[in-house]
Design a protein around this ligand. Structure first.
Ligand code: OSB
Ligand code: MG
Length: 382
C-alpha cells in the first residue's frame, strides 16, 4: 500500500451529520460556443446536482458526467440511478466520510456518481464547522494557476483566434483538442505564432498504437504533454507509445482510481497525470492519487469537465493542495456561460491566477432564480 503522510486524514475523519432534505436536480445551461472534442460536441452543459440540507445549511455536489457516454461510460442518467438506488441508501449519519468510501466500494465503478455524493457531504460537513473546503483537504488559502482547454475548431485560423484571446487574458497554459486530420497543421500554426507558450494537446483517445510514427512528429513542437492519445481505458499501449516519444504523455480518461494511477506510473504509461476529482470517485481518492504521484515524481494537475460554478469551486479548492504543480483546466466562468447558477464567478487576477472562493464549504452560493431557470428535472428524495 501507498504511504500516506498528508493531513488529508482530516477529511476522511469528518462525520456525516443529519440530512433533512435531499434533492436531485438536472440543469441545462447553454454554452456561449459549442465545445468539441474528438468524440463529441456539446452546445449546452447538462449537469446532475445533488442538494443536501441539514442544520439550516445547504450543500451541493455536482456530477461531472455528461448526458451521453462519449467521454466516459457514466451519464447524468446512470449517475441519478446509482445515487438514488444504491449510494444514498447506504449513507448513514454518524459514520465518517472515510467509512462511507469503504461502503461505496461495494458498488463497482460509477466513480462520478460516488464523487457527487461525497462532494455534497463534504461541503455540508465543512459548512457545519464553518471551514472552507481547502482547509479540510489540507491545502493553504492560496491562489491557483489557470489554464484553458480549447475545443476543436474548423480551421487553424479559428484556433489561432481562440489561442490569441486566451494568451491576452493571461492564462498560464493552453490546451488544444486534436484528432486525426486536425493535429500537426493546427499545432504548427499555434507554435509558429506563439513560440514560448506552454502548449499541450488532448486527443481524447482518437489514435491507435499504429499511429505512433505520426504522433512522434508532435515531438518537434515542444509540447508540455500529449493527453490521452490512445483508447479511453488503455494503460498498456500508452506505456509502449511513451517509449517512442520524447514528449511526456498524460493520462485522463484511463484513470478511474488510485489503482489505475499506480498501474500507469509503474508501467511508464505517462509522465504526468490529469486528475479530475469527479472522475476518480471524489476528493479522498484524489488526495491518495496526489500522494502516490508525488512519491513517484509524477506531476499532477486538475482537469475540468466544463463544470458549473459548483464543480469549478471544488476543483479550485483541491488545487491548493501540495502536489498540483502544473496549471490545470480551470478557466473563467465567462468563457463557458453567459449566466451560471453559482456566485461569485471564476475570474483571473492580473497575473492569471484564480482566488479560492471565500466562505465555508465550497464557498460559492447557488442563485435560486437562475437554478430554477435552468432546471429540466428535479426530484425531492427526502
Ligand atoms: O478531456 O479534459 C477533457 C471537457 C469535457 C470532457 C473531457 C474533457 C474536457 C475538457 C474541458 O478538456 C476542461 C474544462 O474546461 O473544464
Ligand atoms: Mg482530457
Amino acid at each position: 500500500m501507498v504511504a500516506t503522510t498528508r493531513s488529508w486524514h482530516g477529511i476522511a475523519g469528518e462525520r456525516i451529520g443529519a440530512v433533512d432534505r435531499i434533492e436531485l436536480v438536472v440543469v441545462r445551461i447553454p454554452f456561449i460556443t459549442p465545445f468539441a472534442i474528438s468524440t463529441a460536441e456539446w452546445t449546452v452543459k447538462e449537469a446532475l446536482l445533488l442538494r443536501l440540507d441539514g442544520d439550516g445549511l445547504t450543500a451541493w455536489g455536482e456530477c461531472v458526467a455528461d448526458p451521453d457516454p462519449y467521454y466516459a461510460s457514466e451519464t447524468t442518467s446512470t449517475a441519478r440511478h446509482i445515487i438514488k438506488d444504491f449510494l444514498l441508501p447506504i449513507v448513514e449519519p454518524g459514520i465518517t466520510i472515510g467509512e462511507l468510501g469503504a461502503r461505496f466500494r461495494r458498488v463497482r465503478g460509477h466513480q462520478m456518481a460516488k464523487a457527487t455524493v461525497e462532494n455534497a457531504l463534504v461541503d455540508l460537513a465543512a459548512k457545519r464547522s464553518g471551514r472552507p473546503l481547502h482547509e479540510l483537504l489540507g491545502g493553504p488559502r492560496r491562489r491557483i494557476m489557470s489554464g484553458v482547454s480549447i475545443g476543436l475548431k474548423d480551421t487553424p485560423d479559428e484556433l489561432l483566434a481562440a489561442v490569441e484571446e486566451a494568451v491576452a487574458a493571461g492564462y498560464h497554459r493552453v490546451k488544444m483538442k486534436v484528432k486525426k486530420g486536425k493535429d500537426l497543421e493546427y499545432v504548427r500554426a499555434v507554435r509558429e505564432r506563439f513560440g514560448d507558450l506552454p502548449l499541450m494537446v488532448d486527443a481524447n483517445g482518437d489514435y491507435a498504437l499504429s499511429d505512433a510514427d505520426h504522433l512522434a512528429r508532435l515531438d518537434d513542437y515542444a509540447l508540455t504533454m500529449i493527453e490521452q492519445p490512445l483508447s479511453y481505458s488503455d494503460i498498456y499501449q500508452h506505456s509502449i507509445l511513451q517509449r517512442r516519444l520524447t514528449t511526456p504523455l498524460c493520462l485522463d480518461e484511463s484513470v478511474h482510481d488510485l489503482d489505475d494511477a499506480a498501474a500507469a506510473i509503474a508501467l511508464g504509461a505517462c509522465r504526468i497525470l490529469n486528475l479530475k476529482q469527479g472522475r476518480v470517485g471524489g476528493l479522498i481518492e484524489s488526495l491518495r492519487i496526489v500522494d502516490h504521484a508525488a512519491a513517484h515524481g509524477i506531476p499532477v494537475w486538475s482537469g475540468g469537465m466544463d463544470e458549473t460554478g459548483i464543480g469549478r469551486a471544488v476543483n479550485i479548492h483541491l488545487q491548493t493542495v501540495d502536489g498540483f504543480s502544473l496549471p490545470g483546466d480551470t478557466s473563467e466562468t465567462r468563457r463557458y456561460f453567459v449566466e451560471d447558477i453559482a456566485d461569485p464567478p471564476v475570474v483571473l487576477d492580473g497575473e492569471g491566477f484564480i482566488e479560492v472562493p471565500p466562505g465555508p464549504g465550497i464557498g460559492v452560493t447557488v442563485a435560486p432564480d437562475r437554478l430554477a431557470a435552468f432546471t429540466i428535472h428535479s426530484e425531492r428524495l427526502r
